[in-house]
Design a protein around this ligand. Structure first.
Ligand code: CTP
Length: 409
């Protein structure tokens, strides 16, 4: 099986320190196991007050370790053995007290000892803080967080929102799927580190009147997968999205638009500040020339309204026409119903872009899987069929290899 998730075959040590968010660690275990990782759970004494090792053992399929005096490790050194086998150590929840212990290099309990004894160069440490907002905001916690970051830990979150204590603010642990995705992203090669990518995604919606409009079947999945893959690869990503209900990938800045003209007006001013532009949006080619101000009513005669259309601006072509110094490396998509490669090559020329990604529209729209062919001056290169995230990662690797550093195509 290909490593679609980035977690297939990885061995993760999941540490739980004390906090109500321990319940989310159960779900996280499930998500990691589902993604193909093996999970070894380590719990502090405080964590045992919130969730039982029975639950964690059942979900991970491995006996939970709670004590440095655990005699099951043959050499009686669980703090050494556990981290030597791990691809990553993630502490979720990481309490204020636990982060304080790490900041001081203390090793009073197995989990802190494990973090201290891990080989720094081989076993990364990720922390998912979870605490009351006052505790998080306290200068001592902020000082400790800055210290553990300086010592190489990766801090995931926390998020803002409702807290178990009844207060609202920063300090909520990220959700299990967010932590899973962050871990997946962590393992991706940083092919676009320090670079910037602008993506359009989804359909556009062109109003006929205040309650109706025309749109198309694009789900936005491919564009969102590309934005996610680019962010995983280390890029700063801006995603201009038409009307879709998809969650924003972590670390991606999203701008929502409705119509083609709004998408055009959002994209053009941003183009010069991005090194790569990937146009995946299925932009409506035409819009009603004069949308009605009020709902169009039937007049009882059986006559249908006549709607005149005008052409929308071509966003990709407009970006590709920018002066060289402002022009990102432009990648277009071609969704066709027939004669895929001929149409794709015609678009390469017509839009003046260095790379077109061709796909068969009807079999791609809304689906999780897709088949892509890269069309450029050198020829046609089919990518192996796969799910949209795997394809997006592959495409990001191709773009990273082609896009000249410091912009301009
Ligand atoms: N595109 C765009 N602005 C438009 C139309 C298309 O930016 N007004 C971009 C799409 O995001 C895609 C590429 O151009 O990257 C090709 O889009 P597609 O809809 O396949 O082609 P069209 O240019 O609309 O041509 P046709 O309708 O003839 O297929």
């Amino acid at each position: 099986m290909s490593n679609v998730t980035g977690l297939q075959g990885r061995h993760i040590v999941l540490g739980l320190s004390g906090g109500v968010a321990c319940y989310k660690a159960a779900e996280l275990t499930r998500e990691l196991v589902k993604a193909g990782a093996t999970v070894q759970v380590v719990m502090t004494e405080a964590a045992l007050q919130f969730i039982t090792p029975v639950t964690m053992q059942a979900l991970s399929g491995r006996a939970v370790v709670t004590s440095q005096w655990d005699a099951r490790t043959p050499n009686c050194m669980p703090h050494i053995e556990l981290s030597r086998q791990a691809d990553a150590l993630i502490v979720a929840p990481a309490s204020a007290d636990f982060i304080a212990q790490l900041a001081q290099g203390r090793a009073g309990e197995l989990l802190a000892l494990l973090c201290l004894a891990r080989p720094l160069e081989r076993c990364p440490l990720l922390l998912a803080p979870a605490m009351n907002r006052e505790m998080w905001a306290h200068p001592a916690t902020q000082r400790n967080v800055a210290q553990v970051k300086a010592d190489g830990a990766v801090v995931l979150g926390p998020a803002a929102g409702d807290q178990a204590c009844g207060e609202t603010g920063d300090g909520r642990m990220l959700e299990a799927v967010e932590l899973r995705d962050a871990l997946m992203a962590f393992f991706q090669p940083k092919l676009l580190q320090g670079r910037s990518v602008l993506v359009t995604a989804g359909p556009t919606f062109e109003a006929i009147d205040p309650v109706r409009g025309i749109t198309n079947l694009s789900s936005g999945k491919m564009g969102f997968a590309i934005a996610r893959a680019a962010a995983e690869a280390g890029a700063r990503v801006t995603l201009v999205a038409g009307p879709v209900q998809l969650p924003t990938p972590q670390g991606v800045q999203r701008i929502n638009v409705q119509s083609a003209r709004q998408m055009h007006d959002a994209v053009l001013p941003l183009a010069a500040s991005h090194e790569v532009f990937v146009a995946t949006a299925a932009v409506a080619d035409w819009r009603p020339a004069e949308p009605a101000g009020q709902k169009i009513k039937k007049d009882g005669s059986g006559r249908v309204p006549e709607i005149a259309f005008v052409e929308n601006p071509d966003i990709l072509a407009a970006v590709a026409r920018l002066p060289a110094a402002q022009r990102p490396f432009c990648v277009g998509f071609a969704a066709e119903t027939e004669d895929l490669l001929r149409h794709a090559r015609a678009k390469l020329v017509r839009k003046g872009v260095p790379l077109i990604v061709a796909n068969h529209g009807p079999s791609a729209f809304g689906q999780d899987d897709n088949q892509l062919v890269l069309v450029d001056a050198a020829g046609d290169q089919p990518l192996p069929a796969g799910d949209k995230l795997s394809l997006a990662r592959r495409l990001v690797a191709e773009i990273a290899a082609r896009a000249p550093k410091g912009a301009t195509s």
